[in-house]
Design a protein around this ligand. Structure first.
Ligand code: UDX
Length: 473
């Protein structure tokens, strides 16, 4: 089966490489010649675990190619996936569909009769229908099916998410597109994925609704964290407890500096804009956007307040500028709001990120970039953790402290233990943790754990009494 993919960004490239990995013949098309020649020479333009090796294998096998022309690759394709970016157009939150429309216009001339086009780009409800009309206008009489196939992969685990998707959503207008989509996704079903068929509009809506819901979950737990800090609670325990209720679920309950990335900020804005346009503004999603934006500024203010009058000329070490670990993406990362705010208060920033430093150069200025977290800590008055890279978790707190001139630690991802950091001499601030929190030990016992505990206790009693007997004897 032949697959053409238009757009080699995150979604397009990962999908193309994975489909090739599953054995399909894939041509990835991008109008950016530089990107194409970089891909042709084997360079992957994004940092994504596992992607490079999978791409190399497919290219060597000969079933993955890259090009900038539409032509034959499109006319020979059994299915064409559209995966071009739909960034935010303006402050109003509406997505910019111009790249998608251009791609459709360029594609239309090359499509063969009976073609199936699947839209992977995240688009507002009704876009599929509009794109079908656009193609019909350019190629009257051509039989073409435009299906919606939103992608739910996450950066940092994109390959695994694609290959082991819980569900693959297909909004299909007819049987032909259903048949072709079933054929391309069948290999995923064999390893447990479920194919969901619905209308194109439902598919389009589900993508925005899923991302808006997850963003809401994060903002919710962040607000609970604020209350925990003042009320003497511990957000880690509270999140674990509420997450044990399977109506809530344990995922996306990690409190932090606010969500970022290429999807949640843009998709919540787009969903809110769509709701407004339909005359049913979403108070919830509008509040999520406001809460998330305010959070980043508030957390910067917390650092500025702690440094107090010494702020001007103080030095802060920022660990992590990527919006999350295992990616070099800094789009809408908390660091892009927090660092400029610190700098505006006269604070000097030394930063480290294992992958995203280069990408951050375009957005952040006057930052001293360091090769290691320890170098970043050199003479710093405060450490601020903004991305939970494993590398930081593995950093020795004593070493970190010994490089600093101050003692503040703002662990905005809760990667260190507050007790250990305080024992070393840090003035530690986590997220959702209160210095007044009761010293209760969080413990979950089930029948097996209780039996083991009783058994261990019995063992201890026996060994003590055995020893007592020996001593007494
Ligand atoms: C997201 C969706 O998860 C994915 O389904 C969609 O296709 C694209 O958008 P991604 O942006 O790659 O994926 O990252 P994700 O892991 O979802 O994290 C998004 C943001 O939320 C990050 O800034 C992350 O730090 C933050 N987050 C996530 C939290 O603050 N707490 C959490 O518990 C989870």
């Amino acid at each position: 089966m032949n697959i053409a993919i238009i757009g080699t960004g995150y979604v397009g490239l990962v999908s193309g490489v994975c489909f090739a990995g599953l054995g399909f013949n894939v041509t990835c098309i991008d109008i950016n010649e530089i990107t194409v020649s970089s891909l042709k020479s084997g360079r992957v333009p994004i940092f994504e675990p596992g992607l490079s090796a999978l791409m190399e294998r497919a290219v060597t096998r000969g079933n993955l190619t890259f090009q900038s022309a539409y032509g034959a690759a499109v006319s020979n394709a059994d299915i064409v996936f559209l995966a071009v970016g739909t960034p935010m157009k303006d402050q109003a939150g509406e997505p910019d569909l111009s790249a998608l429309c251009k791609a459709v216009d360029a594609l239309a001339g090359a499509l063969r009769d009976g073609a199936v086009v699947a839209v992977k780009s995240t688009v507002p409800v009704g876009t599929n229908e509009a794109l079908a009309a656009r193609i019909r206008k350019l190629r009257p009489g051509l039989r073409v099916s435009i299906a919606s196939n939103p992608e739910f992969l996450r950066e940092g685990s994109a390959v695994a998410d694609f290959l082991h998707a819980e569900r693959v959503v297909c909004g299909v207008p007819d049987d032909r597109s259903k048949r072709v989509l079933t054929a391309v996704y069948q290999p995923l079903c064999e390893s447990g994925s479920k194919l969901v068929f619905t209308s194109p509009k439902n598919a389009e809506l589900s993508k925005y609704a899923a991302n808006a819901f997850l963003a809401m979950k994060i903002s919710f737990i962040n607000e609970v964290a604020d209350v925990c800090e003042l009320a003497g609670g511990d957000i880690t325990d509270v999140a674990a407890i509420i997450g044990m209720d399977n109506r809530i679920g344990p995922k996306f309950l990690e409190a932090g500096p606010g969500f970022g990335g290429s999807c949640f900020p843009k998709d919540t804005e787009a969903f809110a804009a769509a709701a407004r346009a339909y005359g049913v503004p979403s108070a919830l999603i509008e509040a999520v956007i406001t809460s998330n934006n305010a959070r980043k500024l508030k957390l910067a203010d917390r650092i500025i307040a702690a440094l107090g009058a010494d702020c001007e000329g103080a030095c802060v070490a920022v660990l992590g500028v990527a919006f999350k670990p295992d990616t070099d993406d800094v789009r809408d990362a908390p660091a892009l709001t927090i660092i400029p705010k610190l700098q505006a208060a006269g604070i000097r920033v030394q930063a480290h990120d294992p992958e995203a430093g280069q990408a951050a150069l375009r957005h952040l200025h006057d930052v001293v970039w360091c090769d290691t977290p320890l170098d970043a800590a050199q003479d710093a008055d405060a450490i601020v953790v903004l991305t939970e890279w494993d590398l930081y978790r593995a950093t020795d707190l004593k070493d970190l402290k010994s490089r600093m001139r101050g003692r503040f630690m703002f662990d905005y991802r809760n990667i260190f233990s507050a007790a250990s950091a305080c024992a070393i001499g840090f003035d530690y601030t986590g997220i959702g943790l209160s210095p007044q929190a009761d010293d209760a030990v969080f413990e979950v016992l089930d029948a097996e754990a209780i039996a083991k505990r009783d058994h261990d206790a019995l063992d201890r009693t026996c060994s003590i009494s055995g020893q007592d007997l020996v001593e007494a004897g």
